[in-house]
Ligand binder design. Structure first.
Ligand SMILES: [Zn+2]
Ligand SMILES: [Zn+2]
Length: 274
């Protein structure tokens, strides 16, 4: 049994998810999760189809409430309302407007599309070496975090390396000390969480990406307090995937407790397995 809160999951309100809210909650129950936050995609200017990663927040929240009452009538698992907003300089204002008037437990800010390109399809990397390709995303993450501000968790900081064609396939602190320092310092000072996204370390073409522990250690040194674990599950079977492994890594790097957000406030918790 596991006693984790999975802070990053996708349901039927995300076009790329194979799971329904019900599937996710049933799996959370089965694996003994202490909590799960449903964080569907909002990307208001996806390059190929601007209307694809958009959902009706009210309908999603009603569905979460309904299924929570049905599956956890005793409240034995914290079911949280979230959203993952993919930010670009062009969609900041529209994203703010879109979420205004809704209440969330947590908001994840992520970078998915860069300069009008989707790294998933590879063209982003053309004419760039790894320093330029990764550095640009880290710089953009810092800028978007500063300009958007109304979020709780910085999602998958090293996502861009998932699909990269280079020999260097991890984002290492030693290669990007300045870019990472700016981002991590901002998160620490603003009381935001750094997410460890376990899907990133599950993504294998010819290389299994690894988390550079120096990034976590540096976040701690800069005063960072909050680290969340997110499976970024798009199918129910990945709820809390590899959390034991990454929780140990967090502990080793100075984060004995993990975090989730409820009503936009950080909650630190001690995890355990049995
Ligand atoms: Zn994402
Ligand atoms: Zn996601």
């Amino acid at each position: 049994m596991r006693f984790f809160v999975d802070t990053h999951t996708h349901s039927q309100f995300s076009p790329d998810s194979k799971a329904t809210v019900e599937d996710l909650l049933l799996q959370a129950k089965k694996c003994g999760a202490a909590g799960v936050c449903i964080t569907d995609h909002l990307d208001l200017d996806a390059p190929r189809d601007p209307g694809l990663f958009v959902f009706d927040i009210k309908t999603q929240q009603e569905e979460i409430k309904d299924k929570n009452l049905q599956i956890f009538p005793d409240g034995s698992c914290k079911v949280l309302k979230g959203i993952e907003i993919g930010l670009t300089p062009e969609n900041l204002a529209h994203s703010k407007d879109y979420v205004a008037g809704h209440s969330f437990d947590q908001i994840i800010a992520s970078i998915h599309f860069v300069d009008g390109k989707d790294p998933y399809y590879g063209t982003y990397y053309q004419d760039k070496d790894f320093r330029l390709a990764y550095g640009r995303v880290l710089e953009l993450a810092f800028r978007m975090a500063k300009e958007f501000r109304d979020f709780d968790i910085m999602g998958h900081f090293d996502f861009v390396a998932r699909y990269a064609p280079y020999q260097v396939r991890d984002i290492r602190y030693k290669d990007f000390p300045d870019e990472l320092d700016s981002l991590l310092k901002f998160l620490a000072q603003e009381g935001k969480a750094l997410e460890i996204n376990t899907k990133t370390y599950d993504w294998q073409r010819d290389h299994l990406q690894v988390l550079d522990k120096d990034v976590l250690r540096r976040f701690k040194e800069l005063g960072g307090e909050f680290v969340t674990l997110g499976s970024d599950s798009h199918s129910a079977d990945r709820i809390c995937d590899k959390f034991e492994i990454f929780a140990e890594i967090c502990r080793e790097c100075g984060f004995a407790r993990l975090t989730y957000f409820e009503n936009r406030k950080p909650v630190l918790y001690q995890w355990k397995t049995r």
